[in-house]
Design a binder for this molecule. Structure first.
Ligand SMILES: [Zn+2]
Length: 321
């Protein structure tokens, strides 16, 4: 019985490790809307609940579609040392050098953001409201993931350094604890991005450079905190879960000197700027004509299928990332 209980706890604990966590992804997409120019703001504000809720669709899809996983990260340390110049930034050149299979095996987030940018621009050109909303919500997810240091490291959950759980700690636990109460999400305006490929690679390289700090500092802190103070048990939705204690989360956040808040703010700025850039590149279509956008039966069904896959996976255990 006790063993079963511990196993259950371990599973629940593992379940906390997602990309940016559901809470942060939804908040990031939500906040991005407020950086948009008035011509975009009206349509996006009307649909802000959709844009926020569906920020997590790509994570749900991971349990239904095998190709989905690699779109969320890049294990860039497989390609030598920072700044990883051996790795071509253009997809076609990278394929020539490494082959598609091995690229996919190590993750493809910066290239996937680029693909999504093209799709979103086309949706704006077609003035297809449903497509614009779906793609905007989803590109937001991938852009935000590219800002997470542990999404640019093969040691993505501290599994090589005895720090399992650090993935969800950085991107779920700390933001859930501090974002609403202590962090500031008043960010200027979206800006046009001249070269979206260069832009997203810069963010991935920043993430890769920060991954070491994310891991090292937790290691140092864990030696200062006895394990009974590192974790706490809290009731959530009627279940008791083990998680990093708030004292430990706060100490970690202080030690990182605002890094998580900065990456979250930059995610918001980047997403709004990608949305804005796609709209400009499409010739600034009038979005007022799209008010009252609804989703077709097929699209509604797709959303339901995603949720089903997600819930089924939740009933079993969910893999990290
Ligand atoms: Zn993700």
């Amino acid at each position: 019985m006790r063993q079963l209980f511990l196993l259950l706890l371990a599973l629940l604990f593992a379940n906390n490790a997602f990309c940016w966590g559901f809470f942060a992804h939804q908040k990031i997409n939500y906040c991005s809307v407020f950086l948009l120019p008035p011509e975009m703001m009206v349509f996006c504000k009307q649909n802000i609940v959709f844009l926020s809720e569906h920020a997590v669709d790509p994570d749900k899809r991971r349990y239904a579609v095998a190709e989905e996983g690699p779109r969320h990260y890049l294990d860039i340390d497989h390609y030598g040392a920072y700044p990883f110049e051996a790795l071509p930034r253009r997809w076609d050149s990278a394929v020539v050098k490494y082959g598609e299979d091995s690229l996919i095996a190590n993750g493809i987030v910066p290239w996937w953001v680029q693909t999504m940018k093209v799709r979103l621009t086309n949706a704006f050109k077609e003035k297809n409201g449903a497509k614009i909303l779906k793609l905007s919500a989803e590109i937001g997810h991938y852009i935000a993931d590219a800002h997470v240091p542990l999404h640019a490291s093969s040691n993505h959950d501290g599994q090589h350094t005895d720090q399992k759980g650090i993935h969800g700690f950085w991107e779920s636990r700390v933001p859930e604890l501090l974002a609403e109460k202590e962090w500031d999400f008043f960010i200027g305006k979206a800006e046009y991005i001249k070269n979206t490929q260069d832009y997203i690679w810069k963010r991935v390289l920043e993430s890769a450079a920060a991954a070491d700090t994310v891991l090292k500092y937790e290691k140092i802190l864990s030696q200062r905190f006895p394990s009974d103070q590192r974790y706490s048990f809290e009731a959530r939705n009627g279940t008791v879960i083990r998680q990093y204690s708030s004292a430990y989360a706060k100490a970690y956040n202080d030690g990182l000197d605002g890094m998580i808040e900065r990456r979250m703010r930059l995610s918001i700025f980047s997403i709004a700027s990608f949305w804005y850039t796609a709209w400009v590149d499409a010739g600034q279509p009038d979005l007022n004509t799209l008010s009252g956008t609804t989703f077709s039966e097929t699209e509604q069904k797709e959303f339901e299928e995603l949720n089903k896959a997600w819930r089924t996976a939740g009933a079993k255990s969910r893999p990290h990332e």
